[in-house]
Ligand binder design. Structure first.
Ligand SMILES: *Cc1c(COP(=O)(O)O)cnc(C)c1O
Length: 386
């Protein structure tokens, strides 16, 4: 017998209501019944995105929504400014390069947040911008850089980009529905997300919001596009319809997730995530371990430096294979050097106690020296405070 626990930054655990919703009979999508489902989903997403803009639902993982943003906003030869502080910032660059976009990259040290001032300077003095007028058309950013656990100050970035001709695109794939992101109030023109993180669903849905400023670019962009052509999506969504067969069952389940989030209210959802993250960080410090992003650690996922004598990959593998507790290791240059505990979505206090307890057990077995129970104790103390 094996009981499994999932504390990875996507996918995240599924609440029973969502599993139940996915077992309902399928319905046809060109019906009034599905139209009601779609309307509820879009209204709920606008609440979660904190926007009055259009939000489109795509049948893809989050990366599909990222690609949709690039090809709908930009044309080959356009200049994009990309904030790159980890694997997912790099993904923006890779997608843009695939479509012949010129990438001006702000390389941020992994584990640190971007300094908004640098974006301001780069927008003023674009290095690639030799033949004016060809200003930077879009700024690509990441709310929570899942590979490093860093949260970026999107509010500050929004204030800077608002005053330029560029649009601000935010990868909120991990973070949306877990930490605050005010799409409209923070001047985010295009926000992309996915289903399998804060929204507690299986993978398979991508989401993308589009401001009026962004729509102007969409109408004129010359990148090749068909399935992810947001002009098609807009035309259909305006009639509460979809251009192709939507992921019907996932959208039905999405409404359950949105109901759960709405019942709690965003403030409560954010404060739960803050508490989970505080407890995790406190436990890590009590164990004598170090946060990988001490100055910008997100409330979504905590990246932890692995002590020098401990094999990080073996640690993750043992927690999973011997005890059924799945956390994430490091990616690319961080492989074996960090472990990542996600506390996003359908996660509560005792999930954190459990994962810390398992981490302690395996660290102990691997010969790491610390006081057994000290991590759990520190987490409990955080949960006992109001
Ligand atoms: C998970 C994640 C992605 C990738 O999303 P997929 O659904 O795997 O395509 C992109 N960006 C961030 C920040 C993520 O956390």
């Amino acid at each position: 017998m094996r009981k499994n626990y999932l504390l990875t930054p996507g996918p995240t655990p599924l609440p029973p209501q969502i599993c139940e919703a996915m077992s309902r009979p399928i319905m046809h999508h060109r019906t009034p019944q599905f139209q009601a489902v779609l309307k509820e989903a879009i209204d709920g997403l606008k609440y979660i995105f904190q926007t009055k803009n259009d939000v489109f639902i795509l049948a893809s993982s989050g990366t599909g929504a990222m690609e949709a943003a690039v090809i709908n906003l930009l044309s080959p030869g356009d200049i994009a400014l990309i904030i790159q502080g980890g694997k997912f910032g790099e993904r923006w660059t890779e997608i843009c390069q695939s479509y012949g976009i010129n990438c001006e990259v702000i390389d941020v040290k992994w584990g640190e947040a971007v300094k908004p001032k640098i974006i301001e300077e780069r927008l003023k003095h674009s290095a690639l911008n030799t033949q004016r007028p060809a200003p930077i058309k879009a700024v690509f950013s990441t709310l929570c850089e899942t590979s490093t656990g860093v949260v970026n100050d999107i509010e500050a970035i929004g204030k800077i980009v608002r005053d330029t001709d560029a649009v601000l695109v935010v990868d909120a794939i991990s973070g949306l529905g877990a930490i605050d992101l005010k799409t409209d109030a923070w001047f985010c023109d295009c926000v992309v997300s996915g289903s399998q993180k804060g929204l507690m669903l299986p993978p398979g849905l991508g989401f993308i919001s589009v401001s009026q400023k962004a729509f102007k670019l969409i109408e004129n962009a010359k990148s090749p596009r068909y399935y992810f052509d947001l002009r098609k999506a807009k035309k259909a969504f305006d009639k509460t319809d979809t251009p192709f067969t939507p992921a019907i069952t996932l959208i039905i389940a999405l409404n359950e997730a949105l109901k759960m989030l709405k019942e709690d209210g965003l403030e409560k959802v954010f404060s739960r995530h803050r508490k989970l993250a505080d407890a995790t960080r406190s436990a890590i410090k009590a164990l004598g371990l170090e946060l990988f992003a001490p100055d910008a650690s997100s409330n979504v996922v905590t990246a932890i430096g692995v002590p020098v004598n401990i094999d990080g990959e073996k640690l993750v593998k043992t927690m999973r294979d011997a005890y059924g507790v799945t956390i994430a290791g490091g990616q690319d240059e961080l492989k074996g050097k960090v472990i990542r505990i996600a506390h996003m979505g359908f996660i509560e206090e005792f999930d954190i106690i459990l994962v810390i307890s398992c981490l302690e057990k395996v660290l102990y077995q691997m010969g790491y020296s610390f006081k057994l129970g000290s991590g759990v104790c520190a987490a409990e103390e955080v949960f006992l405070t109001a």
